[in-house]
Ligand binder design. Structure first.
Ligand code: RIB
Length: 308
């Protein structure tokens, strides 16, 4: 099996369940509050590890109890956490998440140590980044750490001919074109693709046009996820729709992270792109039926027994 390196964010999610998400100026009584390991990068590393992958995570937390809990949770899923730095002057990233009765969420992220995870910091550590990337086959990233870090790692990984997967979340509108060159897969949802391209994404045709714009910037494959509808794979030779399985979603937090990581893991195991997409869809369809980020990730057995 191929090795996976996840480079990205770690957050402690403070999750409030509420009948509805308050409007500006409104106060509502929530039902309960819980602290759940999260962060887009950590959710992806956790998923790939829990599903049986050989996974290392590179990222930063504060030297505090949240950071220790996040690292321990990843280690429990079999993730190598030796590349997660505990920074003295920073606090661990936090995400404040409200979930309403319909399973919709709103999230405010305080980056903390994730924002201090710069190329300089990585290169100051004793194991050089290039050596770490040399030892891996697949590099998975998101955009919850500084863009310069993602760009730096991407250029190193591309120069070493590694497979690169970027989940462009949270999406930014001002990403330079050279960022996209040499990326094998991106997985935006409709909203993220709209932000990346500056175009509206209401119809399937608009999504295909948006994906083609990303191909023109140098991405090799675009997987546009459309929530409960399914997803669309677009590359230079193909446009293929994959319908979603029908489930009752209670909380969609980390569903995209679960998809990306399960997809990466399936590629690491030698599955085809189409098989990997179906594996990712199956895993994330289970995740949305459960509450929380890392608490919602299924086991390998659960994904296999739900597989079509
Ligand atoms: O993608 C879900 C994640 O986004 C949450 O776990 C939260 O930490 C935010 O980063």
């Amino acid at each position: 099996m191929k090795n996976i390196l996840v480079v990205g964010s770690l957050n402690m999610d403070c999750v409030v369940e509420t009948p509805h998400i308050p409007q500006a100026g409104e106060t509502v009584s929530g039902r309960n509050v819980s602290f759940i390991p999260g962060g887009k990068g950590a959710n992806q590393a956790y998923t790939a590890g829990k599903l049986g992958g050989s996974v290392k995570m590179l990222g930063a937390v504060g030297n505090d109890s949240f950071g220790q809990t996040l690292k321990a949770n990843l280690a429990d899923a079999g993730v190598d956490v030796s590349g997660i730095y505990a920074l003295e002057k920073e606090t661990t990233g936090q995400a404040f998440i409200s979930i309403d009765d319909a399973g919709e969420n709103s999230i405010i992220v305080i980056p903390g140590a994730n924002g201090a995870f710069t190329p300089d910091l990585m290169e100051k550590k004793e194991t050089s980044l290039a050596k770490m990337i040399e030892k891996t086959d697949i590099v998975v990233m998101q955009l919850e750490i500084p863009l310069e870090t993602v760009l730096y790692v991407k250029e190193l990984a591309a120069s070493l001919h590694k497979l690169i997967i970027v989940d462009p979340a949270p999406a930014l509108s001002n990403i330079p074109d050279r960022f996209w060159e040499g990326i094998d897969y991106i997985k935006p949802n409709e909203t993220e693709l709209s932000i990346l391209t500056g175009k509206q994404m209401k119809t399937q045709e608009e999504m295909i046009d948006g994906a083609n714009l990303m191909l023109e910037k140098g991405v090799r494959n675009v997987i546009v996820t459309m929530g409960g509808k399914g997803c669309m794979l677009v590359n230079s030779g193909l446009q293929q729709f994959f319908p979603a399985r029908r489930v009752k979603a209670v909380d969609t937090t980390a569903a995209g992270d679960c998809f990306t990581a399960a997809f990466a893991l399936a590629l690491a195991e030698g599955k085809s792109c189409s098989e990997a997409i179906v594996f990712g869809q199956t895993a994330s369809a289970i995740a949305v039926t459960r509450k929380g980020a890392q608490t919602s990730i299924p086991t390998r057995e659960e994904v296999e027994s739900a597989s079509p």
